[in-house]
Every structure is written in C-alpha cells, then in structure tokens.
Ligand binder design. Structure first.
Ligand code: UD1
Ligand code: MG
Length: 450
C-alpha cells in the first residue's frame, strides 16, 4: 500500500435537535469521552496530520473544543448539507496533497483499523466508502453497486426508488478520496434533491461519470452506529461496553459477570486482573496484574498496583495511587493519595491528600480532615505506622515512620517516628452507675403513669 499524506474532515455542524439538549450533540459522552473527541482521536490514530472540524453557529463550544485539541475549526453557517460542510474545509486544507477522509462527530465507535482499510481502498479506487448492512436500513443512504465491489452511486433514502430502497447495503457516512478530486467535485454539487441539501454522497456518481472507480469497505453495524437521540446514545454506550468486556477477557482479565462491569474509553487492565461483579471504571484508571477489584467498587483516575485488593464497596477517586500489594477495603474512599507497598486501609475510611508509607495500617474509621473550608492540606503517614481506629488526622499533619495513634484520637500535631500520639479524654469508670441510673429512671416512669 502506498502511504500518502492524510487529512480528516470531521462533520459536526448538524443541529442534533433530537438530542433535546442544551449541550451540542458532539459533546455528549460515550464511555466517558465526548463523541467529538472520539472522532478527533480516530483521525489522529489513522495518521491524519491535518484535521479540520466543521462546527455550526448554534454550538461554538464544538469549535472551541476541537481547537483546544489541536485541530482546525471552521464555521459552517448556515449548514446546507454534508457536501456543503465538506466544502468549508477547502481553505483550511489549501495546498494539502494526499487522501482526505470525512468522519462524523456522532459516530464514535469506528476503529482505527477500519479507517486504515478505507484509506487502503484508495490504492485501487478514487473514492472509498465505509458501508454496512443494518437490520433496518430506514433513512440511511443506499450503496448502489453495478457489480459486487463496484460502487456506482449513493442514493439517499428520501430520493431512492422502491428498488433502490430495497438495497440493504448502506452508507455509514465515512467517505475518503484524494484531495485533488474532492474540491472539484464538491464545487459542482447541487441541492436538487428531496432534502434540498448539498449531499457529500453525490461525489460517488461524479467519480463514476468521470470514469473513476469507487469501492465499498464493509463494517459491522455496531461499529458504525450513529447517534441521533438519547436512545442511540445509550445504544452506543452499550455497544462500547460489550466490546470493552470482550477485549478485556481476550487480554487475560477475569470478569465473573461481564455484563455488570462498566469501562471507560481508556481503562487499562493488565493480564490476570480479576474484576468481580458490579464494578464501574470512570476515566483514567489502570490496574496492574494480579490485582483484584471486588464487587461494587467505583474507580476513577486511579492507578492500582500489582496484587492490590480493592473493595468490595471501595471508591478510588482521581489521584489515588496504590502501590503493589496495597489493600483498600469496604467503604473506604481514597482521593489524591498514595498508599505505599502493602499499606492497608481496610474499613470505613477517608484518605484524602495523603501520602501513606509502605506497610502502614490505617484503622477502621480513620478520617483525614483535609479541608478547612478554604484550603486542602496534606497528611503524611510514615512507613509501618499504625493509625488506631477512628482517628481523625487534622491536616496538615505528619505521623512518623513506625508511630502509632490511639483509637479515637483527634490528632492535630505531628507525631514523631515510633512515638504514640494520643489525643482523647481520659476514661472515667463509675462502678454501679448504670444500675443506679436504670433504677432511678424506672421509678420516675412508674410515678408518671400513676
Ligand atoms: C448522512 C448521509 C447518509 C448516511 C448517513 C449515515 C449524506 C447526504 N447522507 O445522512 O448517506 O447513510 O449520514 O448516518 O451525506 N452535518 C454538518 N453540516 C451539515 C449537515 C450535516 O456538519 O450541513 C454533519 C452532522 O452534524 C452529522 C453529519 O454531518 O455529523 C451527518 O449529517 P446528517 O444530517 O445526520 O446526515 P444524514 O441525513 O443522517
Ligand atoms: Mg444522521
């Protein structure tokens, strides 16, 4: 295959009215990532070094986000169809010679290898179209082939004859061709059709009229699923999750109830990780080999080291780093904190803005009081320290290596290494007091009833 320079045009100017949302459709998320970011990432991983996003006047946030991600952003105002949208990229791609692919910002699940296949098809044809056979072809454009493999035209459902509508092979929206052809064809489009729009899809018939070939590359329906409303968004999410679960198992991860585990677009799980039922991964999580994530845990922005145990019912928030063999048990929340090798926080704790040394033991109910209402403060716990149950560590505070705190202490000052920090009222024991109290109270109650 010949490698020519590649560019991508991402169409994101449509109204997206069926989402019924104050947020532009391309900014709605699938697996924790905006659909626009899915397409920008796809374009990048397909080797496009020039990426142009077409946005609409109703959603400047789309253009802003594309630019923030390093792409060019061009306004299409008013939006007059996919062909008109494609044409808006011409000035931004001035001087570009190579292959151009058109992607939609509402079709998030296309794989890089599929885009690679579309580019590869341009070795033999002037236009390559990603097609699929949906269960219900409905409103999709139909791919009309004269002989198998030779695409003659794309006919929109609204413009199709009954015979054309019966064709099951449909247009996913992904179309690629050489830049040198594209601008010439787009300039010649008309809007003489059922929708009164400039259709990008008409370039196939133009290529054929010029004696050039057009090819279809086929994809699975689940991969090219387009999002138009909230039900489609949920379907895309479900399709992603199904794929992520299968990919994880293929990579050597044990999922005892795969259908109850939810991944993010970037979840990284090493081989021999075990995930129990009902675990949710937010963005930015990596888990090293041999770690076990027990049932009903929620992880986000966290790094879990080799052989760690997390949960059941644990919450790891952004900045949680568990080094090898650390344990975080039930109803423990960890945020912006490192737990050193073999450190344990097994029950009912909040560990925030902390550095916990290797092999330290955090007793049940320990809370790091990290926030004074204005600022966050850090807690440092040394190696092998033992924090007694129900200790409040009022940050900033440092507990030295090997030090201990007494259960129930409210620790406001540093505790040096190997020392005991005790900060609670001394116990008073009154023999017989409880029995006397009960007698007095029941006498009072009897009197009140008389
Ligand atoms: C389009 C295709 C159809 C294909 C279907 C796949 C055309 C003419 N039709 O139809 O063959 O089966 O997608 O989903 O191309 N957009 C703009 N500016 C515009 C119009 C659209 O940026 O002026 C963007 C939209 O934001 C969207 C994409 O282009 O991302 C597709 O537009 P849409 O109106 O949904 O096209 P369909 O009618 O679905
Ligand atoms: Mg559409």
């Amino acid at each position: 295959m010949t490698i020519r320079p590649r560019a991508a045009v991402i169409l994101a100017a449509g109204q997206g009215t069926r989402m019924k949302s104050a947020t532009a459709k391309p900014l709605h998320a699938v697996a924790g990532r905006a659909m626009l970011d899915w397409s920008l990432d796809l374009a990048r991983s397909a080797g496009a070094d020039r990426i142009v996003t077409i946005w609409g006047a109703h959603s400047p946030a789309v253009g802003d986000r594309a630019e923030a991600a390093g792409a060019l952003a061009v306004l299409q105002d008013p939006p007059l169809g996919t062909g008109h949208a494609g044409r808006q990229a011409e000035a931004a791609l001035k001087g570009f010679e190579g292959d151009v692919i058109v992607l939609y910002a509402d079709t998030p699940l296309i794989r890089p290898e599929t885009v690679e296949a579309v580019f590869a098809a341009l070795d033999e044809a002037a236009v390559a179209v990603l097609g699929f056979e949906p269960d219900e072809p409905g409103g999709y454009g139909r791919l009309i082939e004269s002989t198998p493999g030779q695409l003659d035209a794309i006919v929109e459902a609204k413009d199709a004859s009954p015979a054309q509508r019966a064709v099951r092979l449909c247009n996913s929206g992904v179309i690629a061709c050489r830049a040198e052809h594209l601008w010439g064809w787009l300039a010649k489009l008309t809007n003489d059709n059922a929708k009164g729009e400039y259709y990008l899809t008409d370039i196939v018939a133009m290529a054929r009229a010029g004696g050039l070939d057009a090819r279809v590359v086929r994809a699975d329906e689940r991969e090219v699923l387009g999002v138009n409303d909230r039900a489609d968004l949920a379907a895309a999410e479900a399709a992603f999750q199904t794929r992520a679960r299968a990919d994880a198992m293929t990579a050597g991860v044990t999922l005892s109830a795969p259908e109850t585990v939810f991944f993010s677009h970037d979840t990284e799980l090493a081989a021999d990780v075990v995930i129990e039922p009902h675990v949710v991964f937010g963005p930015g999580v990596s888990v090293a080999g041999g770690a076990v994530i027990r049932a009903f845990s929620h992880l986000e922005g966290a790094q879990v080291g080799a052989g760690c145990e997390v949960g059941p019912y644990a919450r790891l928030r952004p900045g949680a780093v568990l080094e090898a063999g650390a344990k975080v048990g039930n109803f423990v929340e960890v945020k912006k904190s490192r737990l050193g090798e073999g450190a344990k926080a097994n029950h009912l704790s909040y560990i925030g803005d902390s550095d916990v040394g290797a092999k330290a033991n955090i007793g049940a109910g320990t809370i790091t009081c990290n926030y004074d209402g204005f600022f966050k403060h850090r807690t440092v716990i040394g190696e092998g320290a033992f924090i007694g149950s129900n200790t409040s560590l009022v940050a900033p505070v440092e507990i030295g290596a090997g030090a201990m705190t007494g259960s129930g202490s409210v620790i406001t000052g540093d505790v040096p290494g190997d020392a005991l920090g005790l900060a609670r009222a001394r116990q008073e024991t009154k023999p017989g007091w409880a029995a006397r109290f009960r007698a007095a109270m029941s006498a009072k109650k009897t009197k009140a009833k008389e």
